[in-house]
Ligand binder design. Sequence first.
Ligand code: SAH
Length: 462
Amino acid sequence: MRHFPIFLALSERIVAVSGGGDAALAKLRLLMKTEAALHVYATAPAPEIEAWANEGRLSLHRRPLESTDLTGAALVYAADEDTVRDARTQTLAHEAGVLLNVVDNLADSQFITPAIVDRDPVTVAIGTEGAAPVLARAIKAHLEETLPAATGPLARIGQAFRKMAEHLPHGRARRDFWSAYYFDAGPRALPRGKAAVEQALDDLLAEHLDRRERPGFVSFVGSGPGDPDLLTLKARRLLDRADVVLYDRLAPQPILELARREALMIEVGKTGFGPSTPQESINALLVEHATKGAQVVRLKGGDPTLFARLDEEIDALTGHEIAYEIVPGITAASASVAAIGQSLTKRGRNASVRLLTAHDTEGFADHDWRALAAPGEVAAVYMGKRAARFLQGRLLMHAASPDTPVTIVANAARPTQAVIPASLATLAAALDACPDGPALILYGLAPRNALPTIHQIRQEVS
Ligand code: SAH
């Protein structure tokens, strides 16, 4: 780097320009954006220069530059477009010790004027050390297009608010505030004028200060079976305000997208089987963020109170006196039974329903198989894919009818939903037709005939 880019404070400083033609005009157009005291030395100045002088925007001297003119000057431009006169300016500049630019003469210049993208107070200066003016112009054109015109006014209004923003602690809190201003609240308010932007800044600061004062809090939120339409209004609102969201692997993307843009999204990689984040690490993350004052959403599929290790996470919080709430969600059993057009309970058939898992942390889970084997019983079996054979064996052993209807519902309430009707005798084989993704076994229920299931429709089509 042969030229070091700096931004020079020119307010009230003298900048001398020797010359009154096109080269001088080009430099003056840029210099007039500054607050410098501009002095132009030209015997035959262009009409624009005369006009600017009449408007008081520069001082015009209809004579050549003299050495005394440069006393205390910050910069001088040799812009006579004449080698002899430019050389004279160069000598005067050297004697006075003032930084010199000879227009279109890199070798004799001590500084160069960059290409400028002006979104005052945001200024981008582009320099190529004279190597590639075409490239500099292309970069400038690109930036002119990509930097919204609102950048300047927003930065100017924001600048006056910097002292106020110091009420927020350094670091993330302040960064979050400014990014909410520049990328959201600011651009939205700008069309309504400066006062509206200032009001938006006030409101935003109040909101962010309030957030700081709130103690950390954890919401255990049920995200339902996967369809964002099946989220509760409360779940949506909490996602919209969360500082931190902890979610399991395979949490549906459309639901994650409802989280606040600035929220810290942490995947805690928990699936029924396969690689998972240890429960202790999840507990530790919850405690860590809530202790820092974050509003944490712990998102759990379906309902957070069913097969979701909720109690372990609550125990971790209460151990640190962190407050929490539980926000219910639609559980997989509800979504699955809706998919087959049935009820979970029915007068005269079953007055109770079991929600059970065929697989727990210790392996296959034992149940009151004899009771379940009785005619008319209904159970929703969670995490049943791997335990289907075990379930089938136990129930047949306890004299359940091999004809008992069993329906597998995979990816309930998701675009890939599939319903696989079977019986207790054919359950294990039916699982081979089960697509990837979470699946629930509805024991004792067949799809209602009047309502063709997606699976049946698929079979008819194929
Ligand atoms: N808390 C969740 C259950 C977590 S256990 C709830 O209330 O739904 C995970 C099991 O839930 C999966 O193995 C599967 O059996 C079931 N499950 C979750 N989402 C499902 C879906 N969209 N379709 C079918 N079963 C689902």
